[in-house]
Design a protein around this ligand. Structure first.
Ligand code: HEM
Length: 408
């Protein structure tokens, strides 16, 4: 990863506009002017490292096009991106676990994998979690929060995921620590030491999980993982990858949805007032939060066979970065895209949950947690406001707050 970082920095120094995404601290603080530059330059921009798009139509198209896949590691990539990925492959920056989870495999493997997990991850099962999510929020909000991230946003998703995975209550804190430490694998361009720590933590989670699967096989609970373990169709390795993916994808992103949503509503009291008068709009407020400041800012696809995209001919092995956060501010789709507006009619057209076959499996759950969490937070503490400097996370693919000091 040190090598990868050096490559990215070198490309940025040579004037590669896209590499600035990873190299420039200003872009990390506020990526939106950067996306606007990319979007205005062309529908699809070619850089030294990869292609990139910040247009809604092109980003959506590449995600849906089966000429593009996620299998970064199963075919040689052209230099310099191939070299960078080869050096970074072992700690798998683009996949949260090793063996690969469904997130990093292409059809037909992906189709089978996802179908199996979807058997238990149904809309009904998610809706069934509603009372538990409400109860969890109620418990978490009993003590008044001082830091909204540590005291609320980080705790709700991990508690929900722990329920889904049948993790006993006394393991929850440990789980939060592991999950926090494992999540950076979803990011790119971090220091090597971070990835090393991440690997160690993934190994610890996996060790514990193996014992956990055995327990659930003997004594299944009413959680989703118990059902998955009993299907007997996923190998032990695939179960591990799936549990790891649910843990990382499931809670790191939702923490950011809750933190960013709370931040935006504290900064825009007039929007909060709209929600107070028309609480049926909370669902749309969550969509607008996802659109306005997406928890996952970018994803990438690798070209599997020669393809045309936005008038360009893309060669096999070339990488296209879909800037989801940029697509969400495309003025061709969203009027006044830089305005946060909880009444926006087409907020739901955002690409924050990606698109195509990898469309977020947990989208319904994330929406439910976002809606219940934010609504209950502001109902319980209507006078909630910032009290000190919020601190953003240093990740680039994942965007959100690390600390949100508040007073009620
Ligand atoms: C995939 C975003 C919450 C489980 C994805 C992808 C995105 C995403 C962008 C696809 C990445 C790509 O196409 O390369 C989000 C956001 C969330 C969220 C923004 C919260 C606000 C969750 C939750 C769960 C979850 C709560 C489950 C507990 C998954 C899984 C995949 C996935 C399993 C892989 C699907 C596949 O590869 O077929 N998510 N996610 N996510 N997400 Fe989420």
């Amino acid at each position: 990863h040190g090598f990868m970082r050096a490559g990215i920095n070198a490309a940025a120094r040579k004037g590669d506009e896209q590499a600035r995404f990873f190299a420039d601290p200003g872009v990390r603080r506020d990526p939106y002017p950067f996306y606007a530059t990319i979007r205005q330059a062309a529908p699809l921009v070619r850089g030294r490292l990869m292609w990139a798009t910040a247009r809604h139509e092109v980003a959506g198209a590449v995600l849906r096009d089966d000429a593009f896949g996620v299998g970064f590691t199963d075919r040689p990539l052209p230099a310099p991106i191939g070299l960078l990925f080869r050096f970074s492959r072992r700690s798998s920056p683009i996949g949260p676990v090793d063996p690969p989870s469904m997130l990093v495999v292409d059809p037909p493997e992906h189709t089978r994998y996802r179908r199996l997990v979807s058997r238990v991850f149904t809309a009904r099962a998610i809706e069934g979690l509603r009372p538990r999510i409400e109860r969890t929020c109620d418990e978490l909000l009993r003590d008044k929060p001082a830091d909204l991230v540590a005291d609320f946003a980080a705790l709700l998703p991990v508690t929900v995921i722990a329920e889904i995975l049948g993790v006993p209550l006394d393991m929850r804190r440990q789980f939060l620590a592991w999950g926090n430490a494992a999540a950076p694998t979803l990011d790119l361009g971090l220091p090597f030491s971070t990835y090393r720590q991440t690997e160690i933590n993934i190994r610890r989670v996996n060790e514990w999980m193996r014992g956990h699967f055995a327990r659930l096989r003997r004594e299944p609970g009413d959680d989703l993982l118990s059902q998955l373990v009993q299907l007997d169709d996923l190998s032990e390795q695939e179960l591990l990858a799936t549990a790891g993916l649910l843990l990382a994808a499931g809670f790191e992103t939702t923490v950011n949805l809750l933190g960013t949503g709370a931040y935006l509503l504290m900064r825009h009291p007039e929007q909060l007032a709209v929600l107070r008068d028309e609480p049926q709009r909370w669902g749309n407020a969550v969509e607008e939060t996802l659109r306005f400041d997406s928890p996952v800012q970018v994803t990438a696809r690798v070209c599997r066979r020669e393809a045309d995209l936005a008038g360009e001919r893309i060669a096999p092995g070339h990488v296209v970065m879909a800037m989801l956060g940029g697509a969400n501010r495309d003025p061709g789709v969203f009027a006044e895209p830089d305005t946060f507006d909880v009444t926006r009619a087409n907020a739901r057209e955002h690409l924050s949950f990606s698109g195509g076959v990898h469309y977020c499996l947990g989208a319904a759950l994330a929406r439910l947690e976002g809606e219940i969490g934010l609504r209950m937070l502001f109902e319980r503490y209507p006078g909630l406001r910032l009290d000190g400097e919020p601190r953003r996370r240093t990740t680039r693919v994942l965007r959100g707050f690390e600390r949100l000091p508040v007073t009620i």
